[in-house]
Design a protein around this ligand. Structure first.
Ligand SMILES: C[S@@+](CC[C@H](N)C(=O)[O-])C[C@H]1O[C@@H](n2cnc3c(N)ncnc32)[C@H](O)[C@@H]1O
Length: 222
């Protein structure tokens, strides 16, 4: 699964992963992290997620990373937000202005980012990001996420587990044991919420699964 896969998904507007509402796990669990207002939250593989709007409304700064410039432009335009574009390394940096001040999104390959670009981050939110990576890229993704996050950065990662014989990803099934194996070298983690059942299927309804297990982890970079 290369960049072209995702770029064409955006071009063809095949974005079933996009949620038209705030993620209920984010809104219910994020306050328990008790992060100070003004903390900058890294949102890897952010798409045009409205969760960035929610985080911003709660008083956080947001730093997204998204491959597709179409998605980034859509995020600002669809939410009636103004922005300026500059170049940062190999990526374009969209910086919100006016009421969007405090929201910045790198458009380009997250693997081309470096630590200097995320030095101000103290929190992280991963929804549909780690699980978007095909198995052969998952380790690389976790290594990069860990490299980009300063020590003590903390936040939420949502993972899912399902019978992979019934559905072809993305999103991919990443069972709890595997999440721990991948993250343990870099993060402390605890389960904030665990749920399972057909009602968790959401946009995956109709793709052959009868049920879905979801874990919401608090992760903290060590
Ligand atoms: C499944 S979507 C999830 C988007 C978002 N987290 C959400 O909840 O709506 C995965 C996103 O990752 C982006 N992506 C894939 N590979 C990427 C990379 N190497 N760097 C930055 N973004 C990438 C895709 O364009 C896509 O928008």
């Amino acid at each position: 699964m290369d960049s072209n896969f995702w770029l064409s998904r955006w071009q063809e507007n095949k974005i079933g992963f996009h949620q038209s509402k705030y993620n209920s796990r984010l809104t219910s669990l994020w306050p328990s992290l008790q992060l100070p207002q003004g903390a900058e939250v890294f949102v890897p593989l952010c798409g045009k997620s409205l969760d960035m709007i929610w985080l911003h409304e709660q008083g956080y700064n947001v730093l997204g990373a998204e491959l597709s410039e179409t998605a980034v432009v859509a995020f600002f335009n669809e939410n009636d937000l103004q922005y300026q574009v500059t170049t940062s390394g190999n990526l374009q940096l969209f910086t919100g202005t006016g009421k969007a001040a405090g929201i910045r999104i790198f458009a380009g390959d997250m693997f081309a980012m470096d630590e200097a670009q995320t030095a101000g981050v103290s929190a992280v939110y991963d929804r549909a990001s780690m699980v978007a990576m095909p198995p052969e890229m998952r380790q690389q993704y976790v290594d990069k996420l860990a490299a980009l996050l300063p020590v003590a950065a903390t936040g939420i990662l949502i993972s899912m587990n399902y019978d992979p014989s019934k559905m072809k990803g993305p999103p991919f099934s990443v069972p709890d044991e595997l999440v721990r194996e991948l993250l343990n070298p870099y993060f402390t983690l605890s389960v904030l919420e665990h749920s399972e059942g057909p009602e968790r299927l959401g946009n995956l309804q109709g793709r052959g699964l009868d049920t879905l297990e979801e874990h919401v982890y608090r992760i903290t970079k060590i």
